[in-house]
Design a protein around this ligand. Structure first.
Ligand code: CA
Length: 231
């Protein structure tokens, strides 16, 4: 079986060493880049299966770099896990907004890291090379932004699409209204918590004729989650 190739983009050598030490025994092939220029040089040679990307890099922030990756067709589907320091944790939803598949806060245990990597890779299997993510007959294409049910187009507003994409990429996890708001409208917005309920209601109404409205579950005191029986 082909081994999974992980590219680490991290300026601190001690953390790169720690990651290599944790990942190689778990049968991952590890490549290292100290900065985004080195990472780009590597990616030109070979597309990794996953990138572990430090948030704080010397020449360019990890988040800016991820935005670049997500804009290019050859790199936009590489799953990215962002490494953040505790103090930066408030920013992690910005990471999701820029397309991070997950984040992990330093310091973390090797076991936790490997579990996160495996979960992201499993989720990645849901998205095929043509950019589509599927749940039974519901299909979303991340390249064309088209959503179909039984191959019939489902017309969504940009906000509804963004919310559906977020849910389909992050199944079976509870997100608070605030987290979803930050994701949909960006940080520092003046929008009320309840606006997310309005968006959720609209999205559910669009999905209702096909029965997928029930996939969005309201979690009492928590927020919302996209419930998929088995991923
Ligand atoms: Ca750093």
């Amino acid at each position: 079986m082909k081994k999974t190739i992980i590219l680490i983009v991290e300026d601190e050598i001690a953390i790169r060493d720690m990651l290599r030490f944790a990942l190689e025994p778990a049968d991952f092939i590890v490549h290292e880049a100290e900065n985004t220029e080195q990472a780009n040089r590597y990616i030109k040679q070979q597309i990794p299966d996953l990138i572990l990307l430090d948030w704080m890099l010397p020449n360019q922030s990890g988040i800016d770099y991820m935005r670049q990756l997500k804009q290019k067709s050859d790199t936009q589907n590489i799953p990215v896990i962002v490494l953040t320091a505790r103090a930066e944790e408030d920013n992690k939803l910005q990471g999701f907004a820029a397309g991070a598949d997950d984040y992990i806060t330093k310091p973390f245990s090797p076991r936790e890291l490997i579990a996160r990597i495996k979960s992201v890779l499993r989720r990645g299997l849901l998205a095929s090379p043509d950019g589509s993510i599927k749940l039974a007959e519901l299909q979303l294409n991340t390249y064309t932004h088209e959503v179909t049910v039984n191959n019939q187009a489902l017309i969504l507003t940009p906000l509804e699409y963004k919310l559906l994409l977020f849910f389909m990429k992050h199944p079976n996890k509870v997100y608070s209204r605030n987290q979803l708001l930050d994701y949909i409208w960006g940080n520092g917005n003046d929008i009320l918590d309840r606006s997310i309920d309005v968006q959720i209601r609209r999205l559910r109404n669009r999905l209702k004729p096909y029965g997928y409205d029930k996939t969005i579950q309201t979690v009492r005191g928590g927020g919302y989650q996209w419930m998929v029986a088995k991923i």
